[in-house]
Design a protein around this ligand. Structure first.
Ligand SMILES: Nc1ncnc2c1ncn2[C@@H]1O[C@H](COP(=O)(O)OP(=O)(O)OP(=O)(O)O)[C@@H](O)[C@H]1O
Ligand SMILES: [Mg+2]
Length: 137
């Protein structure tokens, strides 16, 4: 996904408090970048779902939130990165209701619906990198 970063925040994720901090910093960045309330909430929700997954499945990782531009478009990208176990079947993980933790299994498919672009790069043993972008209307 080609894009030019303009401004960014990076948060190490190791605790529930880090998840809250990432969500809050991402919210501020999106607000400063001119997103409306609904979009800001969608971006903040995406950040907390991806950060919660880092804690739950990889135990630690990082969230980078950047303002990005592509051509005349301007937006915010959320990158969630970890060196955890990886996702063996990405297609399955994106299905509503699939969970290896007996949870709702809505975090990843929900996040994909909240954002405009969504990409997962993951393999067992190689960690997971998830990139999600929302463009400003
Ligand atoms: N960072 C990650 N590393 C390894 N596996 C992951 C990661 N993120 C998600 N997964 C896998 O993908 C599945 C689906 O994730 P998703 O967030 O949609 O659901 P969940 O976390 O199980 O439940 P919910 O988010 O609704 O509480 C997880 O159960 C887990 O097996
Ligand atoms: Mg989840």
């Amino acid at each position: 996904m080609s894009r030019t970063p303009v401004d960014d925040v990076c948060v190490a994720i190791r605790s529930d408090a880090d998840v809250v901090a990432a969500r809050s910093l991402g919210r501020s960045l999106a607000e400063q970048h001119g997103f409306g309330t609904t979009d800001v909430t969608m971006i903040a929700t995406a950040i907390s779902e991806l950060a919660r997954n880092i804690l739950k499945y990889a135990h630690e990782g990082e969230i980078v939130v950047e303002t990005v531009e592509r051509g005349s478009m301007s937006g915010v990208s959320v990158v969630a990165r970890d060196d955890g176990p990886g996702i063996p079947d990405v297609g399955l993980a994106l299905q509503d209701g699939f969970s290896t933790a007996n949870s709702l299994g809505l975090g990843l498919p929900g996040t994909r619906r909240l954002m405009d672009e969504f990409e997962i790069v993951s393999a067992p043993g190689s960690g997971t990198v998830i990139t999600a972008i929302k463009w400003r209307r």
